[in-house]
Design a binder for this molecule. Structure first.
Ligand SMILES: Nc1ncnc2c1ncn2[C@@H]1O[C@H](COP(=O)(O)OP(=O)(O)O)[C@@H](O)[C@H]1O
Ligand SMILES: [Mg+2]
Length: 465
């Protein structure tokens, strides 16, 4: 049983049914005692009647007279009572007809007892003493037994009904009791790195569950502030670095423009400028990611025809590809418009293209396949390079992850695909890597919903891994 509510319901049902069963057992004993006590009272009443009919002179009367007197009163109630009268002096004085000559067994030392008589059945016996006479009166126990059997049957049905009803009640109660837990689970599920301000609702009571919710909320407070500190640090550090870097670049450019550098010095200043540009780019990328995490990126979405957009992109892409001795082709199917931020999607495509070109052999083909249907726009950039093992397909979207860095001098920051993913998520889309279609190379594809005319929320959070 996996769920607590099922367990609680079953425990509740078992406890309730067991309690009822105990009550029924006690009830059984009480009812039986009460009914047998009723039989004892009946026997006593019959004794009183016999005593009255025997008259005060019975001691002087013959056995026949006594027999007659008793028979007068007992024959009428012969269904109910079995009577036997013994006299220590005269032996058996009277035995009712319904005993059919049998004797009621005696249990020495007991005056009220149950006994079994062959052919007659179980009897409740009471012994009374008159001077010179021992009177034994018995009543059948069969009615009591029948009542008790009926009681057991009714109890069994009631227990079965109780089990069913208490399972239902148990389920209801446990769902009610666990409702705060469910709310906590749902809230905790919503809290992610991009949604750290959400909190678990706390009931206005001081029970264990609300204590737990408060504790979890305090933990989320601490997590949120730690996350914010890291984000702010990245944003601020990147920002602070930009100004001194610009100054250094300006100085370097001034040196170059001055023209009085030896060719060796000029080359070294050129190198400095290149490195500065690279550092600048990394800082820009880090700033972009931290702003995306802080929900500070605003998309400029508008409905655009992907075919027209890709045509214009292909012009630049072809130049880039040919510059490195590669080939580029773009294939598009489907007509219509998709709402997206042209500048950002262009940034994504350039990133994917740069990655594909970087791994392509001279003359290698990079193919961009675009498909637009009623639901989504899908673009895949595929190369004929070495590809990547399957376990790296997801990892390359992490920050600063570079598999087999291709430039030994360290070009490329490993942030490109992380940025691509954050932009695509801002468009409520997905981006994944897979093996190329003919088994060679890598295909990195994104899909964004083709919600024409309704741009995604501008401030949508980017969950950047
Ligand atoms: N088309 C591709 N084929 C093989 N590996 C790729 C491809 N695209 C990306 N990668 C791998 O993913 C890593 C991360 O890419 P990216 O985030 O763009 O960073 P960068 O390009 O700065 O290295 C790259 O270093 C590379 O190892
Ligand atoms: Mg890259």
């Amino acid at each position: 049983m996996r769920s607590i509510s099922t367990r609680l319901a079953v425990w509740y049902a078992l406890a309730a049914t067991l309690t009822l069963a105990c009550l029924f057992v006690v009830g059984y004993q009480l009812l039986q005692t009460y009914l047998i006590h009723g039989l004892d009272l009946l026997n006593s009443a019959e004794f009183e009647q016999i005593k009255a009919h025997m008259g005060d002179d019975y001691m002087t009367q013959s056995t026949r007279v006594i027999d007659e007197r008793i028979r007068e009163t007992t024959e009428l109630s012969s269904v109910l009572f079995y009577i036997e009268i013994d006299s220590p002096q005269r032996g058996k004085v009277f035995s009712s007809h319904n005993l059919q000559g049998l004797a009621i067994p005696d249990i020495p030392g007991q005056h009220r007892y149950n006994t079994q008589v062959p052919r007659i059945g179980e009897l409740r016996v009471a012994e009374f003493v008159l001077p010179f006479l021992d009177i034994t009166i018995a009543t059948p126990l069969s009615q009591v037994r029948k009542v008790m059997e009926g009681y057991v049957e009714v109890c069994a049905w009631l227990l079965a009904a109780m089990l069913g009803v208490s399972v239902l009640i148990g389920f209801g109660l446990s769902r009610l009791a666990l409702r705060p837990m469910r709310l906590m689970r749902e809230a905790a599920n919503r809290i992610r790195s991009d949604n750290l301000s959400e909190r678990i609702p706390v009931m206005q009571v001081n029970d264990e569950v609300s204590d737990l919710a408060r504790l979890l909320n305090q933990m989320f407070d601490r997590l949120e502030s730690a996350f914010n500190q890291v984000r702010n640090f990245t944003a601020e550090a990147s920002h602070e670095l930009k100004t001194p870097l610009s100054l250094v670049r300006l100085q370097a450019e001034k040196l170059l423009v001055g023209g009085n550098l030896s060719s060796a010095n000029e080359e070294s200043v050129q190198m400095q400028l290149e490195e500065l540009a690279r550092v600048n780019q990394i800082i820009d990328e880090m700033l972009f990611l931290s702003r995306a995490e802080a929900h500070a990126i605003t998309l400029q979405c508008q409905p655009i025809d992907p075919e027209r957009f890709l045509k214009s992109f292909a012009l630049d892409a072809r130049v880039l590809a040919e510059h490195g001795g590669h080939q580029f082709q773009v294939l598009h199917t489907g007509a219509g418009a998709v709402s997206f931020d042209e500048k950002r999607i262009r940034q994504v495509l350039l990133n994917l293209l740069a990655n594909a070109l970087a791994v392509s052999a001279p003359g290698g083909m990079v193919t961009m396949r675009s498909q637009l249907n009623a639901n989504e726009w899908r673009v895949a950039v595929e190369d004929q390079g070495p590809g990547l093992p399957h376990h790296q397909h997801e990892r390359i979207f992490d920050r600063f992850v570079r598999v087999n860095p291709r430039d030994k001098d360290g070009r490329g920051s490993g942030l490109g695909l992380a940025i691509c993913r954050s932009i695509i998520i801002l468009h409520r889309g997905q981006i994944v890597a897979a093996n190329g279609s003919d088994g060679h190379g890598l295909s990195v594809a994104f899909t964004i919903p083709a919600t024409q005319g309704t741009p995604p929320t501008d401030t949508a959070a980017a969950r950047v891994s």
